[in-house]
Ligand binder design. Structure first.
Ligand SMILES: [Mn+2]
Length: 395
């Protein structure tokens, strides 16, 4: 292994994390929202806030966009978004259609028993594909709330076939440069069955959809105690892992800061990716994205903190000696193999990361730099007097 500073620098040079536009807006739980005067209300403010995170970390060149919230005029909003991206130096990232908030989606979107609702949902996804194509963004990221709340109320097999059909049609609209990501979630908002409940269902549907569909793993979308890194390892081996939505959780889909509850799990996920890359000699083509909406923390600070935590854990995963690990595994030397992970996880990489940041021209401590920048005070003053945003987002 090269020395620690080189290994950290090598890992972080290739590690980019996409920010979510909705993470800068006022969001909350189903019990309510605690509004922040500095929260972004417009797409311009979201780009401005994301640009701060990118300027201070150098690691977030793209912003995930939500079609319903960020493209109020649909395709006609593309020029505005493209201009804002240019002005703020942050590129449009994944495009996220919304087929769960409209009243028409009460009983589902792609799996709605009503064909006219299914057509509307497909048209929205096709428009989202076109938005992505015009913006030069690669991924259209699909999450469906489809499901049911009571046994016997939905034909689960028929809905499965409707999803196969709908995703095939959505995939057919992709340009060669685009990908379709299929996200899964076991429950919520549906509380009896969710149509795409786990990675196996998402994998099946992605394969049905076509060659440019992949599975998206949202770390918060699993049952407690589920072995997420095993899912990641299988999807990597099948070349079907498209990307991540990062967040942490304690109970359900809590959208807590990555690594705040279980940093070792994040490490184990990154380890599987690094081990795969070592074995195959190439980079895993995986989109790393944050999907967190903070109800209590300051939004920009929370994003900077998340990026810093992700970098720290990714760098530690890069310290595992893969050749030694492969040998220990083949000898079934359990303690030696496990200690290779434990030792890497226990390594303090913060000084090496600070050095890497200085060499890349970003602040050694991005959070402190943000607090000293005066940006938060400035936007709080600018944004505090306006009327509360009429738009409400679920995230
Ligand atoms: Mn997600």
């Amino acid at each position: 292994m090269t020395n620690l500073a080189d290994a950290v620098a090598d890992a972080l040079d290739s590690f980019r994390i996409e920010l979510p536009s909705w993470g800068f807006a006022n969001t909350g739980t189903r019990f309510g929202k605690f509004l922040q005067p500095a929260a972004a209300a417009t797409i311009e403010e979201k780009f401005s806030d994301a640009a701060q995170v990118h300027a201070l970390t150098g690691a977030c060149p793209t912003l995930a966009l939500h079609v319903l919230w960020d493209f109020p005029s649909g395709l006609d909003s593309v020029a505005t978004v493209a201009a804002l991206a240019d002005r703020h130096g942050v590129r449009p990232g994944s495009i996220n259609p919304n087929v769960f908030e409209g009243q028409e989606y009460k009983h589902g979107s792609f799996a709605n028993p009503d064909a006219s609702v299914r057509r509307a949902a497909l048209q929205h996804v096709r428009d989202s594909v076109e938005i992505g194509r015009r913006l030069g963004s690669r991924d259209v990221s699909l999450w469906f709330a489809d499901g049911s709340n009571y046994p016997g109320t939905a034909n689960i097999r028929a809905r499965k076939r409707l999803f196969e059909e709908g995703l095939r049609a959505a995939h057919a609209a992709l340009a060669d440069t685009q990908r379709l990501l299929v996200e899964y979630k076991p429950f919520e908002p549906a509380f009896y069955h969710t149509d795409i409940a786990d990675w196996g269902m998402a994998l099946h549907l992605a394969r049905c959809a076509g060659p440019r569909a992949r599975v998206l793993v949202d770390t918060g979308h699993h049952y407690s105690a589920q072995n997420i890194e095993q899912i990641v390892a299988w999807l990597l081996d099948e070349r079907m892992l498209g990307g991540f939505h990062f967040n942490d959780r304690r109970y359900a889909d809590d959208d807590l800061t990555l690594g705040s509850i279980d940093p070792y799990q994040v490490f184990r996920i990154f380890h599987e990716i690094r081990f795969f890359e070592w074995e195959t000699g190439g980079r895993a083509d995986v989109a790393y994205m944050i999907d967190q909406s903070h109800n209590l923390k300051g939004k920009i600070e929370a994003m900077i903190q998340t990026v810093a935590v992700a970098q720290q854990i990714f760098a530690r995963a890069a310290l595992v000696d893969h050749a030694a690990l492969a040998q220990a595994q083949s000898r079934s030397d359990l303690v030696a193999a496990e200690m290779l992970l434990q030792d890497a996880f226990a390594t303090d990489v913060r000084p090496a990361i600070a050095e890497w940041r200085r060499a890349r021209g970003v602040p050694a401590d991005p959070l402190a730099a943000f607090r000293e920048s005066g940006y938060l005070e400035r936007i709080t003053e600018q944004r505090r007097h306006r009327a509360a945003s009429p738009s409400s987002s679920y995230a």
